[in-house]
Design a protein around this ligand. Structure first.
Ligand code: SAM
Ligand code: SF4
Ligand code: SF4
Length: 343
């Protein structure tokens, strides 16, 4: 029986601590910054059922990753709550030695139905993506004319179920900047931490450019004009969001500044796509096909050594090196889409 565990560091001395697992590439939304409806239309070829990793295959891989030091797992997509019986996967992942935290990123629409089941299965935390509090803006941004009500109800239900909730808002210049203050006002004092995400150049379909980014500095200044903020320390090494506390004691907000103030030097994340490709960076041009490996005769000990070698070779630091030139150079090359890898 294989018992080995070994912390592994990449070529820039970063340990492997987090595994993000995408469980589907499909989604009920068409957010313009992620799955523009013109491209992800009725003819778009999503992955077929037999191309997806099964729950057993995901669990087997996660077990090996835990032996390499992974402590946190995040389930994502596409929209992960579209994957049937997702709670069964959570329950299996929860049993893995070394996994201390299981989180989910979702657009929240199906939480009303699933929050309790997910909590019972062992889910610890949920990040709900919500880009506006005003219906008019939200309906437009999600590309499917869905109002905020089902998402807000989902957040309430998840809170009632005892799940720790954060809300993520991607800010796109000229599209939902007007929602920064209304969103801050809505969640201030609610126990839900609101985090703003700078719009990123993931994939080739969302028409990104530097001018469409609202930076961390701009976001914090805007909120500080209305509700006074002060910086707060990170909760742990590698925390992706910079924290800012309301000085009146009414909670905090976070900002994920992947563009204006990148954080590659503390990036401890690996990403597994729904069809089993391993990406060591959101901006990687190719992934390692782990599905073929788990469907081959390879034993766990050999799989473990293979994963060590993949992480040891890692030298990704795309955001640290991002300039107009690097963006242009990568524009026409292969790039994975956010809806495929899951953020
Ligand atoms: N469907 C789920 C959701 O929206 O939460 C999970 C998958 S989604 C790809 C994961 C996260 O990536 C969401 O918070 C979404 O807002 C974020 N995201 C997608 N495209 C992005 C982009 N271009 N820049 C920054 N964040 C993005
Ligand atoms: Fe779907 Fe999430 Fe992408 Fe929006 S951000 S299209 S909800 S996968
Ligand atoms: Fe990590 Fe790549 Fe993002 Fe840098 S650009 S923080 S290495 S995922």
């Amino acid at each position: 029986m294989q018992k080995r565990t070994q912390e592994v560091y990449d070529s820039l001395s970063r340990p492997l601590k987090d595994l993000r697992i995408s469980v589907t590439d499909q989604c009920n939304f068409r957010c313009s910054y992620c799955m523009p409806a013109e491209i992800f239309g009725p003819d778009f070829q999503f992955l077929k059922q037999d191309e997806l990793l099964s729950f057993d295959e995901i669990t087997r891989l996660a077990r090996q990753f835990a032996k390499l030091g992974v402590e946190k797992i995040r389930i994502t997509g596409g929209e992960p709550l579209l994957r049937k019986e997702l709670h069964l996967l959570i329950a299996e992942l929860k049993k893995i030695d070394g996994i201390k935290d299981i989180a989910l990123t979702t657009n929240g629409v199906f939480l009303v139905k699933q929050a309790e089941k997910l909590k019972e299965a062992g889910l610890d935390r949920i990040n709900v993506s919500l880009d506006a509090i005003e219906d008019r803006v939200f309906r437009k941004m999600n590309g499917r004319n869905v109002p905020t009500a089902p998402v807000l109800k989902g957040i309430d239900r998840a809170q009632e179920a005892g799940l720790d909730i954060k809300v993520n808002m991607v800010v796109k210049k000229g599209v939902n900047e007007s929602q920064i203050i209304p969103m801050a006002r809505h969640f201030k004092g609610s126990g839900v931490i609101l985090r703003f995400i700078e719009f990123m150049d993931v994939g080739n379909t969302n028409g990104w450019n530097f001018q469409s980014v609202v930076t961390k500095k701009e976001i914090v200044e805007k909120i500080d004009e209305v509700f006074s903020l002060e910086p707060a320390d990170a909760n742990y090494f590698g925390e992706v969001a910079d924290r800012f506390r309301y000085t009146d004691g009414d909670g905090e907000v976070g900002v994920i500044s992947s563009v204006s103030d990148s954080f590659c030097s503390s990036c401890t994340r690996a990403r597994l796509s729904a069809d089993g490709k391993l990406f060591t960076c959101l901006f990687a041009q190719r992934g390692e096909d782990l599905r073929s490996v788990v469907r081959s005769q390879m034993e766990d000990a050999e799989l473990f050594d293979y994963l060590i070698s993949l992480w040891k070779d890692r030298d990704d630091r795309y955001s640290d090196e991002r300039t107009e030139e690097t963006v242009k150079a990568k524009q026409n090359g292969p790039k994975i889409e956010m809806s495929y890898i899951g953020g």
